[in-house]
Design a protein around this ligand. Structure first.
Ligand code: NAD
Length: 427
């Protein structure tokens, strides 16, 4: 009896939705012995992709789209060069969330570490190489691209070597330790006809993309100014980040770069001039070769003034505030790996409303890697090519010069666009 009632109410729902049991997807069925599933329950395959009709009410945001991962054999294979923190803690795990990319080889100076990582990611021992024998990647057709997660001053050498064996290059930020090195990397990849992308993960992160959209849409009026902060506390332990030869600088190229790059992608402009002050607390061996703090101001053609602060000996803060004519956007954790938030303040009648915008989290390392894979597969220009890194490198050199000379430094416009087409957010 209960079954009859169920069946009757189910038929009622199907009719109300303009559907009959006869209209269910052909060839699709539920498990035997249970009421017949509806098309909403079953979903369908549309143009080679699994899709589900929206079952949520008008008031709620629909789910999906369903992920559309490439089969493993069609994914772009990467050799990971350098098995430090960024590679092992963030990038390799992110391949688990990637849909077009897979790790297929490793290059490392630590055989024991490499063997362990290879075992965990299903990479054969034959695809694990030392730095000296990196050129063996040439003969591995699975390797289409390399990811470089080495100290800054090593990026040039490994980019040039990867280009010479015909592999595309996804290189960590900062692109290099000097402008000259960055320019050489662009030239080497152009010559070898391989793609070069700088791993500016924030440009593939949903909250930062939403901030760009708000600026372009004009919904809060014109953008007037930006305040960007990236500070953290560096421990008293020996590491390459304190070595000028390997790092090329201190807080600025490591974390201040996020502020600098953000002001460029938010405005969509290039700064006319930069003015900076830098400081390092005396007597601390950590700052004997590199700077601890840099505060810098950038002036943009639209009138936007960007104030940026970066420090290596201050409590972790990775926040950004955008001031518009008719509103403010606050982004605590704008540059963090996870935990982005966004608060928009604006007038609401006789009140001021401060509302939180929530956007579905996506692993920004995965979206970044998949973007590069898509560019390789479709032969497209990456959104953050070498030119984007080169321009930041020039700006950082000007920031150091300004701090040294105590005056603003004018910036020439870059010779062409520094960014490729907007990244799709992945499927
Ligand atoms: P790390 O110190 O954890 O790793 C560096 C790796 O390089 C280690 O595996 C080390 O063994 C290897 N290496 C080879 N030769 C070396 C040498 N001569 N001296 C020191 N190390 C040597 O550093 P990391 O934090 O992984 O940073 C690596 C790169 O990634 C840097 O360019 C950094 O700016 C960048 N990074 C990017 C992000 C991001 O969010 N995109 C975050 C952290 C670091």
């Amino acid at each position: 009896m209960a079954q009859d009632t169920d069946g009757a109410s189910r038929r009622g729902l199907l009719r109300a939705g303009g559907l009959t049991a006869a209209g269910l997807a052909l060839g699709a069925a539920g498990a035997p012995g249970y009421p017949t599933p509806t098309p909403t329950d079953l979903g369908a395959v549309t143009e080679g992709r699994v899709t589900f009709p929206n079952w949520r009410g008008e008031a709620d945001t629909p789910s999906g789209p369903t992920p559309n991962p490439l089969p493993p054999s069609e994914r772009v294979g990467y050799a990971i060069i350098g098995l430090g923190r960024i590679s092992v803690e963030e990038v390799l795990p992110a391949f688990g969330e990637a849909k077009q990319s897979k790790p297929v080889a490793l290059v490392s100076g630590s055989p024991e570490k490499a063997r362990e990582v290879a075992r965990r990611y299903g990479i054969p021992e034959s695809a694990v190489h030392s730095y000296e024998e990196m050129e063996k990647l040439r003969d591995n057709p699975e390797v289409k691209a390399v990811y470089i997660g080495l100290p800054n001053a090593m990026h040039r050498e490994y980019t040039v070597r990867a280009a010479a064996i015909g592999k595309h290059v996804l290189c960590e930020k900062p692109m290099a330790a000097t402008v000259e090195e960055a320019a050489e990397m662009v030239a080497a990849c152009e010559r070898a006809r391989v793609k070069l992308m700088i791993a500016y993960r924030c440009q593939y992160e949903p909250y930062n993309r939403e901030a760009i959209r708000i600026v372009r849409s004009g919904e809060l009026g014109k953008l007037r100014s930006i305040q960007a902060v990236n500070t953290q506390s560096q421990g008293q332990v020996a590491q390459w980040r304190f070595n000028h030869r390997l790092a090329g600088g201190g807080a600025l190229p490591d974390i201040g770069l996020y502020c600098l790059n953000a002001t460029r992608y938010l405005t969509g402009e290039e700064p006319m001039d930069v003015f900076a002050r830098s400081y390092s607390p005396p007597g601390d061996p950590r700052w004997s070769e590199i700077e601890e703090s840099v505060s810098f101001m950038l002036r943009y053609p639209s009138g936007v003034i960007a104030n940026c602060l970066t420090q290596y000996d201050a409590f972790n803060d990775k926040s950004m505030t955008l001031h518009f004519e008719r509103g403010t956007v606050e982004m605590p954790d704008a540059f963090s790996y996870v935990g982005q938030r966004m608060y928009v303040s604006q007038r609401a009648g006789s009140m001021t409303a401060r509302t939180e915008r929530t956007i579905e989290h996506k692993n920004q390392f995965a979206t970044e890697i998949d973007h590069f894979s898509e560019c390789i597969r479709m032969d497209r220009q990456p959104h953050t090519p070498g030119e984007e890194g080169l321009q930041d490198q020039k700006l950082m050199a000007a920031i150091y010069r300004s701090a040294q000379e105590g005056r603003p430094i004018e910036m020439p416009r870059p010779p062409g666009p520094t960014r490729g087409p907007d990244p799709s957010q992945g499927g």
